[in-house]
Design a protein around this ligand. Structure first.
Ligand code: FRU
Length: 493
């Protein structure tokens, strides 16, 4: 397929229906499809949108372009769940249809209001010269699943303050009003987070820019999300073009966060913010969406994929996936992220391990399949290596080398499978506590791997594209310490 701009922006109803069914059939037969992660039925998935709880179910939408693995005319695909783990595909209810969203129904959020779910999103419009306009729009989803778009924009871009790179509204309750934060580029080409307020969800007024750092946040901020954990604000956002001296990241664009002591609504300030942190230390996380759920938890879900990077599934007609749903918490002043407890319902066929680390290495499992959870406790004052996705002669594997003496963990995907995105590096290293035991919780699903370090204090997420024989698990060390762990197959049926 030659994905010209015309083809990418062809209207959904102008596509022949046999095209989509043939593509879906091809995608269903492809390797590297996932067992328990949300993935597109065909074409491309990007940002999670509208994560919410409404009418007795969890709702999660995602940015979709169903006709091919490219960034084309975007819409919202809809998933529902009763347990945050098993998701039902509900089709694509929100598609471009008018002068305010003609070139894409872009990212946004959702909030239950009275007996409906209110969706707030960005309409992307291009003129004949491909100049962009952005509109913040609203729609209502009723309890029968009927979606009605509002006819007028909620917010038009104030071009005295911002360019039309102005998108991804997050609406949330604040006291007895609504606030929305919006990713923005100001007229000086600086990345900003704009704040708006409404008393009724349709009349919005501008409050100003959010203050959460003194540093320049690149040229654009995408997908800002503000959640509260025991009153403490956590801002998750994606600054584009950040200076590497201000945040150490190796991906094309980072997904970052700051944690504050308090949100001051009068001054629009996140007080006492931490320095900027990477939300994920891996290779492929972007556009994480978080919200305060009615059950009291702060929940998040990430896009596992990045813009402007070619992935090996493109030739199979699909691209990208979402992460597991993670619960956010704060302990000792640090943000933790860990798959929600409901994820444990996927566990089958538990195996326990225990033993001494050997310098020659030892096989933990010969046939780990491609869908499992591995929990490992590794000793303090040791150096060693865990090999996931290893083949019989260890020519291919994903390497995790740990050093609890100097306090370092390195993930290396050089030999893990079909190479991709190598210009952004094949390894990621993080610091871990020195002279302390290390706990790894690893969720593997065919071509995605989510690694949670010490109960989620740090997270390393990555895609990888292994061959069918890469099913072995190996562990080695210097021979001093011992390890223990558990393994479960994860099955979503
Ligand atoms: C982030 C993003 C958003 C935008 C959406 C379009 O990945 O660029 O800023 O709303 O994707 O699909």
């Amino acid at each position: 397929e030659n994905w010209t701009t015309d083809l990418r922006y062809k209207k959904y109803n102008a596509w022949d229906s046999t095209y989509l069914s043939a593509l879906t059939e091809k995608v269903n037969a492809a390797p590297w499809r996932l067992q328990y992660h949300i993935q597109p039925t065909s074409g491309l998935l990007n940002d999670p949108n509208g994560f919410s709880y409404f009418n007795g179910k969890w709702h999660l939408f995602y940015q979709a372009y169903p006709f091919g693995p490219v960034h084309g005319l975007k819409s919202w695909a809809h998933m529902t769940s009763t347990d945050l783990v098993h998701w039902e595909y509900e089709g694509i209810p929100l598609v471009p249809s008018n002068e305010y969203d003609s070139h894409g129904v872009y990212s946004g959020s959702a909030l239950p209001i009275e007996d409906k779910l209110f969706l707030m999103y960005t309409g992307n419009v291009r003129d004949a010269d491909w100049n962009r306009s952005a509109f913040q729009l609203g729609a209502w989803l009723d309890q029968e699943g009927q979606l009605t778009k509002m006819t007028k924009p909620l917010i038009e871009t104030d071009t005295t303050q911002y360019t039309h790179d102005f998108r991804d509204p997050q609406i949330f309750n604040y006291g007895n009003t609504y606030l929305a934060i919006i990713g923005a580029q100001d007229t000086n080409k600086q990345g900003r987070v704009a704040v708006y307020q409404s008393e009724n969800s349709h009349d919005w007024h501008y409050l100003g820019n959010l203050t959460y750092t003194d540093l320049p946040m690149g040229y654009m901020v995408e997908c800002p999300n503000l959640v509260f954990i025991d009153e403490q604000p956590v801002l998750l956002f994606c600054p584009q073009g950040m200076d590497h001296s201000l945040l150490d990241y190796q991906t094309i664009y980072p997904n970052a966060y700051v944690l504050g002591s308090r949100f001051n609504k009068e001054t629009l300030t996140i007080e006492n913010p931490t320095t900027l942190q990477n939300l994920d230390e891996g290779f492929d996380v972007y556009a994480t969406q978080a919200f305060n759920a009615p059950d009291g938890r702060a929940l998040s879900v990430s896009w596992i994929g990045l813009p402007e990077i070619e992935y090996p599934t493109f030739s199979d007609g699909w691209a990208h996936c979402l992460s597991l749903v993670k619960e956010l918490s704060i302990k000792d002043g640090h943000l933790y992220q860990f798959p929600v407890v409901e994820t444990q319902t996927l566990r089958q066929n538990e195996i326990s391990f225990k033993g001494q680390l050997l310098s020659s290495g030892q096989q933990l499992l010969e046939n780990a399949s491609f869908s499992y959870e591995l929990e490992l406790e590794l000793p303090k004052d040791e150096r060693g290596e865990l090999k996931l996705f290893a083949d019989e002669d260890a020519a291919r594997y994903l390497s995790l080398s740990f050093d609890t003496i100097s306090g370092k963990l390195t993930v290396d995907r050089t030999l893990a499978g079909v190479p991709f995105a190598e210009e952004f590096g094949n390894t990621r290293s993080i610091t871990i506590p020195r002279h302390e035991a290390l706990k790894l919780s690893i969720f593997v699903d065919h071509s995605v791997c989510e690694i949670f370090i010490n109960n989620g204090l740090k997270v390393i997420t990555l895609r990888l594209f292994p061959a069918a024989n890469q099913t072995q698990l190996w562990l080695s060390g210097s021979g001093k310490g011992s390890y223990q762990g558990k393994f479960w197959e994860l099955l979503s049926q």
